[in-house]
Design a protein around this ligand. Structure first.
Ligand SMILES: NC(=[NH2+])NCCC[C@H](N)C(=O)O
Length: 421
């Protein structure tokens, strides 16, 4: 728990570590500029957000992904690159769909002693305590049009209110939403739990973004990205997104062939599904012209239609074969990076060929080679533009010798500036 320790240290030295900088955003801009002009290694302060959630894909083993990636050496690798892990927290997913987890009610979130965001009672209650005097503004009433008021880079903002809502509703059970889309309607599975997980992830990601920190979100299945995107759009005015995946994950409740929420996050984020990102506190819809999909090779009919209708940039494996990864990433950066103030990379390990990354729940042949995946991450690092990353869909029960988890660590290292020479 190096992260929690470092957060506690920061607290005892008086505040959240941002107080001594008059304008953290300015410092961040300078750092970005320095990186882009020297091509140097991006040294960053990150919040590590573990999301052990599998209900969005229906395959157990995916909830073991975050710890598997950490145990494969993530923290040492990042620290060797000069990355500071300011916070290391686990979003509590155990109280969600308790019947689907071993132990049922005995594993409910409140039993951790830290009912809302942190399963890690030692670290997260401390982190939350620090926020209590962080001067949270109340959630905006729309006066600034953003839903959430900004907090000048201070940790906190609307999270106190988000937590309050969760506390109120989660303490008595797991049925938090009263909408018509319920599990068992034969269509979307675990919608209620996925929404609740997303709210929790969003709160943590928002908090990181508000503190000008990079969020590294470890899945868990790809529905965790609903939370990332909600937290990020609550903070950034115009977010660009590069979605690296074998699938487009843009099914709606009507088009999903499986009912699994991990095939739907982009439809949610774009406002095309009945469940819209804007249901989550402060979140804004993603703009279709700021989204780029890279590596697609398994699209459902409804997904093809939606991608065409919305004019979404989708570089399939065919395009990567023809143009090469370097050209594809250059185009992706141009689309997701122009006129945006934040850039999120959502990396599904199933974008890689199954011969490299077999430990995933929905493998598809003909994927990215080992070098193509690294090159993508290296070029994204060089751009100096990426402000957050999801690394998702490692299924530890399907992974041999942690091969996929180790590859996830390697790819994260490339994104944080590791170079061959
Ligand atoms: N993130 C993923 N692995 N998504 C797989 C989605 C598969 C399929 N398109 C579905 O909607 O069910």
């Amino acid at each position: 728990m190096a992260g929690a320790t470092s957060e506690r240290k920061r607290q005892s030295s008086g505040g959240d570590g941002q107080g001594s900088q008059s304008d953290p955003r300015e410092a961040d801009r300078v750092a970005h500029h320095r990186r882009s002009t020297t091509g140097g290694t991006p040294a960053q302060t990150i919040n590590l957000i573990r999301v052990p959630f599998w209900l969005g894909c229906g395959r157990r083993g995916t909830e073991l992904g975050p710890d598997s990636i950490v145990e494969a050496g993530l923290i040492a690798q990042l620290e060797a690159l000069g990355v500071e892990i300011a916070v290391d927290l686990e979003v509590d997913c155990r109280g969600l769909g308790a019947e689907a987890y071993d132990g049922g009610a005995s594993l409910r979130a409140e039993d951790s002693g830290c009912p809302i965001l942190g399963a890690r009672a030692d670290g997260d209650c401390q982190v939350r305590g620090a926020e209590a005097d962080g001067g949270f503004p109340a959630r905006g009433d729309g006066a600034d049009g953003a839903g959430l008021k900004r907090n000048d880079g201070k940790i906190g903002a609307a999270e106190a209110e988000i937590q309050f809502e969760l506390e109120e509703k989660d303490g008595v059970g797991n049925t938090l939403y009263d909408d018509h889309l319920r599990d068992g309607d034969g269509k979307v599975k675990h919608l209620t739990e996925t929404k609740e997980m997303s709210r929790r992830v969003a709160a943590s990601v928002y908090r990181a973004a508000a503190a000008c920190r990079f969020s590294l979100v470890l899945g868990g299945d790809h529905s965790a990205a609903i939370g990332s995107l909600a937290g990020l759009t609550a903070h950034y005015e115009r977010l660009g997104v590069i979605w690296i995946d074998a699938h487009a994950d843009i099914n709606t409740e009507e088009t999903t062939p499986s009912g699994h929420m991990h095939g739907m996050p982009l439809a949610v984020a774009l406002g095309k599904a009945r469940f819209k990102l804007t249901e989550l506190p402060g979140a804004k819809l993603l703009r279709p012209d700021k989204l780029v999909i890279v590596g697609a090779r398994d699209l459902d009919p409804g997904e093809r239609e939606l991608i065409r209708a919305e004019g979404i940039a989708c570089f399939t494996m065919h395009d990567i074969d023809r143009l090469g990864m370097a050209a594809v990433i250059a185009k992706a950066l141009d689309i997701a990076g122009r006129d945006t103030d934040g850039m999120h990379v959502s990396f599904d390990m199933d974008s890689l060929d199954p011969s490299e990354a077999g430990g995933v729940g929905t493998p598809v042949r003909g994927g990215l080679s080992y070098r193509e995946a690294h090159l993508a991450m290296e070029l994204l690092a060089e751009s100096g533009r990426v402000t957050s990353l999801d690394l998702v869909e490692v299924n530890a029960l399907l992974d041999h010798d942690r091969r996929t988890a180790k590859l996830a660590v390697e790819l994260a290292s490339s994104l944080f500036g590791k170079r061959i020479l």
